[in-house]
Design a protein around this ligand. Sequence first.
Ligand code: URA
Length: 422
Amino acid sequence: MHNAVEIITAKRNGVALSAEQITWMVNAYTTGEVADEQFAALAMAIYFRGLDDAELLALMTAMLNSGSTLDFSDLGKPTADKHSTGGVGDKITLPLTPLVASYGVAVPQLSGRGLGHTGGTLDKLEAIEGFQVDLTEAHIRAQLAETGGVICAPTGELAPADKKIYALRDVTATVDSLPLIASSIMSKKLAEGTGTLVLDVKTGSGAFMQDEEDARQLAATMVALGKEFGVNTTAVLTRMDSPLGYTVGNGIEVEETLEVLAGGGPNDVVELTLTLARHMLQGAGIDADPAEHLVNGKAMDTWRAIVTAQHGAPDAPLPTPSHEHTILAPASGVLSKLDARSVGEAAWHLGAGRQYQGQSVQATAGIRLHVKPGDAIVAGEPLFTLATETPERISVAEEILQNAIDTADAYSAPELIVDVIR
Ligand code: URA
C-alpha cells in the first residue's frame, strides 16, 4: 500500500521513486484518491529535483495507460503524426496534414486549443464554416481510411491523467519542467497509436523552452521515450524568435494555409511544412519530394476532402473582422527583431486566445505582419494590421507591439531549422 505523503517526501528529498510508486500516484490522482494539493506538491518536487530515466519512463507510461489507446494498424496504410511544442503563427499542422495524407499515409492529427500566447490548431480550424473538431473514434477511423487525414480534438478517453495534471500544472507554476512536458506530450502522442512521430521542438522567445540547450534536451528525451515504445520518432529543433508566416490568429492563419496549399505562401511556412513532411514520409517508408503535391494541387484536393469530411465548407468565405487598425513604422531601418511572444500576446489580447478555460475565441481576431526580420522598413509604412471584434482591446495590443520590434543598419535572420535529433 502506497502513501502519497511518503512519495512526495522522498521526491522532495531527492530520493528516486520506484515505478510502482509513480504508477500508483498517477492512478490515484486520476481517480481522485490523491488530492490536487498532493499532486501539486509532487509536481513541484519534480520541478526542482527532476526525474531520472527510469522515473520518467514510469511517469509517461502511467499517464499513457491512464486511458484508452488508438490502433490504426488495420487501415492498411502507414501512420505518421507530428507534434509542435507550441509557437506563434504556427499553422503548420493545417497544410502538413493534407500534404502527407496525399501520399497515402494516414495522419491522425489530434490537436489542441490555444495555450497562453500560443495559438491552437482547433481554434484556427473552427473559423471555417461548419468545421467540426469533436469526432467519434468511428468517424476518425472512417475518415482516415477515406481521405488519409483528420485534424480533431483528442477523444475523451486518451491520456486522461495528462488532462488533469496539465490543468493543475497550469495553475501551480510547474509547466516549464522538462520531465513534465516530455511525459505530457509523449503520453498523448503514443496513445494515438502512430507508427512515425515527428516532433517540432521550438526554441526562442515564443517557445515554452526558450533556451536552446533546454529545448535540445527536451527533444532528445522525447525521442528516447518514443523509441522505447517502438515508434519511429524524430525531433526537429526549430527557431521561434519571430512568428511563422505573416499571419497570427485564427481565420487569418487558415487564409495563409490556403496560399501554401495553392503552391505559394511565405517561405518560412513552406520550408517548415516541407521539412516536417519529408521526415514523416521518410518514416512512413515513402520516397517522394513533398513539394510536388503543393504545386500540382493534390495536397489542396486532400485538404478539401478533409474539411468536407469534418462538415466544413471549403469554399465558404472566411469571416472578416468588424474592426481593423494598422500600425505604421515609426522610423526607417532594417527590422532586426519581431518578438514572437509579444506578437502572440497582442493577438491573444485582441481575442484570438482565451482569458479563462472554456471561453470561446474570436475567429477573426489576429495580426497581419507586413514585414519580417531582415526586411527594410520605411517610416510611415505599415508594420502590423490588428483585427478584432472588440476594438477596446486594440490599445493594449498596440502597447505590447511597441516593444516587439527593433531596427538596425543591417540584419540577416538566422536559419529556421536548428537541428534534427533522431
Ligand atoms: N504541450 C503539452 O502538451 N504539454 C506540455 O506540458 C507542454 C506543451
